[in-house]
Write a protein that binds this ligand. Sequence first.
Ligand code: NAD
Length: 268
Amino acid sequence: MSRTIAITGAASGIGAALAKRLTSEGHRVIGVDVQKSDIEADLSTAAGRKAAIAAVKEACGGVLDGLVPCAGLSGLPNRAGSILVSLNYFGTIELLEGLRECLARAEAPAAVAISSNSTTTTPAGMVSEEIVATLLAGDEQKARAMADETGSLAAYPTTKTAVARWVRRHAPTPEWVGQGITLNAIAPGKTATAMVAEGRADPIIGPHLDKFPIPLGRDGKPEELAALLAFLLGPEARFFVGSFIVCDGGTDALTRPDDWPAPPRPKA
Ligand code: NAD
């Protein structure tokens, strides 16, 4: 059965690989990106997000089978943290919230957000719990100012942690699974896309990028992440709700084998 799936960041990398795969399987993809896409919008601005939501609603006729908000930027020494707050977090969460009503009208709808294994593998202290809380409270301006203080290298795992927590908090609620929408997050490890090429070209972090251990011995391929996303969007994944799925060639397991699974933390 042909389904209609909206993908942000569809012009490159993981989003493009997913769009190619779904299209080849006979599905209809509505691509959203700042460049070269069906709907062109800057998701790092409130106006761009609003326009993108309206355009997707119109394109899908109010019924959407799947949504993958994939657009994102990495941390770089000369990139402000604030843009990651607006794009990686609000560009994901506002699209999920804004298109939820269209998903709810579909048969077996699914949404998958893109977190990152940087959430669990970067050194302790990189992820600011204060900024995570500010993001989850929806205060974009305050979070932008805080992230500009920390810089984008720290803002990256911080925004991706907040995305994962938002998914975990919302997936099991009446608004999401109660409407039949499965919501999950994937956490890719280093994957060979334009994002990583950009990091490799950076004179400061470039030389360190490939020192990050990947037990499998290579970077991920965008097609491998697309395969996981396609599965999570499909009919055989209906029992996945609020899952945080690491797909990283073994880096997370190598870095912290005994941290998880773990029983719930005592409530403060
Ligand atoms: P990519 O750079 O190939 O693709 C990112 C896409 O986002 C591009 O098409 C770009 O045009 C779009 N984009 C950038 N700014 C935008 C804006 N303001 N508005 C709308 N679109 C915008 O990168 P990728 O690796 O495919 O990344 C996809 C997702 O996967 C991102 O959320 C990223 O954080 C995440 N991720 C990537 C890796 C990795 O190693 N590549 C690892 C973990 C998570």
